[in-house]
Design a binder for this molecule. Structure first.
Ligand code: SF4
Ligand code: SF4
Length: 97
């Protein structure tokens, strides 16, 4: 499953990555692979910003803004059946980002 194109906040630092493979084990959407003893992002549009990879990466090579932005809005919409919203309207923004 893919979400919105190129909206995920997922970031990977190859300098910090040790190639342990934990991100592959915990990611529910098969976003990662290992190539040349480093993690690579196969398809960032599969990322649902759940935060599991960043939470479990032992070297701090991954970061993601868990549950924010349009990816979160789409997920919320699928779960609730309502209009996509990430809650940004509560901050006074004009419509959902
Ligand atoms: S969990 Fe972190 S250190 Fe391990 S392969 Fe993934 S990005 Fe690299
Ligand atoms: S945030 Fe979740 S879906 Fe996105 S890459 Fe990390 S584990 Fe996979």
């Amino acid at each position: 499953m893919k979400y919105l194109h190129n909206v995920t906040s997922l970031q990977l630092s190859l300098r910090k990555c040790t190639g342990c493979g934990t991100c592959i084990d915990v990611c529910p959407h098969r976003v990662f692979s290992i190539e040349g003893r480093k993690a690579v992002i196969l398809d960032r549009d599969r990322c649902m910003e759940c935060g599991a990879c960043a939470m479990n990466c032992p070297s701090g090579a991954l970061s993601v803004d868990k549950g924010v932005g349009c990816a979160a809005a789409l997920i919320n919409s699928m779960i609730t059946g309502g209009e996509p919203t990430c809650g940004c309207e509560k901050s006074g923004a004009d419509g959902c980002c």
